[in-house]
Write a protein that binds this ligand. Structure first.
Ligand code: KG4
Ligand code: ZN
Length: 356
């Protein structure tokens, strides 16, 4: 079959306004354009994303960004087969902008509309640069989520473990903020860590040997708050960043070993594929450690391309493409879903007194 399928993807769930055109031809997927407008400068003075400011910036930018994605892709508007937009999870005021914009374009072009789960975008993202096939074990590590999932197929997820408090990206950002690094601190912590002594500070590894492959990072923030008075100069910051990076790597190694065990108990006869995705997958130290661990355990380990780890619309268009092939379209009255989970049967595991 040499039919071409062309999808417009739109993303506005948090602080990135993004649009992308991808095309599948003879089974090969190409990103024709991938435009991302980040709002770091708007939010940095507040130390985190301010939803109303983010939504306003999406409203101001979304048409320009989409126009740019279409013109850069060099396709004609009538080549678009479907429009896909993020419907959740995320900030409700932000999601509404992209979702309504996507629906309007789909309606005006008279093309099918696909409402996309942002997390499914991350989950499938390595398919844009590798030939990823179901089923696989997924570690999704972003600013809002940290989960191990068994991915059985499109829309078919079973959660094996989750954070019971902060997400990993959030832990990076909070640590950065405590030691005075500008938002978003994740990438900066990694940079600082290269110049520091990883053994100087002894940080906790919450629930390391219990709770299966559930994760917990809030205790690290508390520990860092406690030693904040010891951080007096740049070298102290480098040492703390290096100790934090080492601690996170050790937690992920231990918990991933556990996740391999749990996954294999249920999927003994399947190929051993391990995918790591989401903004924190851009962290090279974490990537190197998890690839090594996968090799030792005979798992094929796949990461998205560095440019596709953080939020983008190519991954949203990709989910649109896969759903288009299965004719899984949505009505134009589809509502935003700020708490949309990949495994909707999984128990809510956050807050005090939670049993893991
Ligand atoms: O997936 P993403 O772009 O947005 C969400 O869906 O949340 O992830 C953003 C998160 C932020 O917390 C950011 O600090 C973190 O990913 N991040 C990193 C790195 N690059 C981005 N954390 C650690 N090391 C990095 N290199
Ligand atoms: Zn994301």
């Amino acid at each position: 079959m040499n039919k071409k399928i062309t999808i417009l993807g739109i993303e506005s769930s948090c602080d990135e306004t993004a649009a992308s055109i991808i095309q599948e031809k003879n089974g090969e997927i190409k990103i024709l354009s991938n435009i991302v407008s980040s709002q770091f400068d708007i939010h940095k003075e507040f130390g985190g994303v301010v939803p109303e400011l983010a939504a306003r910036a999406h409203v101001e930018k979304i048409d320009l960004i989409t126009e740019k994605a279409i013109s850069e892709s060099k396709i004609c508007l009538d080549e678009i087969d479907a429009v896909a937009a993020t419907a959740g999870p995320g900030l409700i005021v932000c999601l509404t902008v992209g979702l309504n914009f996507g629906k309007t374009i789909a309606a005006s072009l008279d093309k099918p509309f696909v409402a996309v789960n942002h997390l499914e975008g991350h989950a499938l993202s390595p398919k844009l640069n590798t030939n990823l096939e179901f089923p696989y074990l997924l570690l999704l590590i972003s600013g809002g989520h940290s989960q191990y999932l068994s991915v059985k197929g499109l829309g078919n997820y079973k959660r094996l473990g989750t954070t019971i408090d902060d997400a990993l990206g959030e832990a990076f950002d909070k640590t950065a903020k405590i030691i005075g690094i500008e938002f978003p601190g994740g990438p900066k912590i990694e940079e600082f860590a290269k110049k520091g002594d990883k053994d100087r500070f002894n940080l906790p590894k919450p629930i390391l040997n219990r709770g299966g492959c559930n994760l917990s990072f809030a205790g690290l923030k508390t520990a860092i708050l406690r030693i904040r008075s010891e951080i007096k100069n740049e070298q102290d910051k480098f040492d703390l960043a290096a100790s934090f990076q080492r601690t996170i790597e050790e937690i992920l190694i231990q918990k991933t070993k556990k996740a391999f065990e749990i996954y294999l108990d249920e999927n003994r006869s399947e190929k051993k594929i391990f995918v790591v995705a989401g903004g924190v997958a851009a962290n090279k130290g974490i990537k190197d450690k998890l690839i090594k661990l996968s090799n030792e355990n005979k798992f094929k380990c796949l990461f998205p391309d560095l440019s596709l780890c953080s939020d983008n619309a190519a991954m949203i268009a990709l989910v649109g493409l896969e759903k288009f092939k299965k004719k899984l379209f949505n009505e134009l009255n589809f509502k935003v879903n700020p708490r949309w989970q990949l495994d909707d049967k999984a128990k809510f595991l956050k807050g005090a007194g939670v049993k893991i």
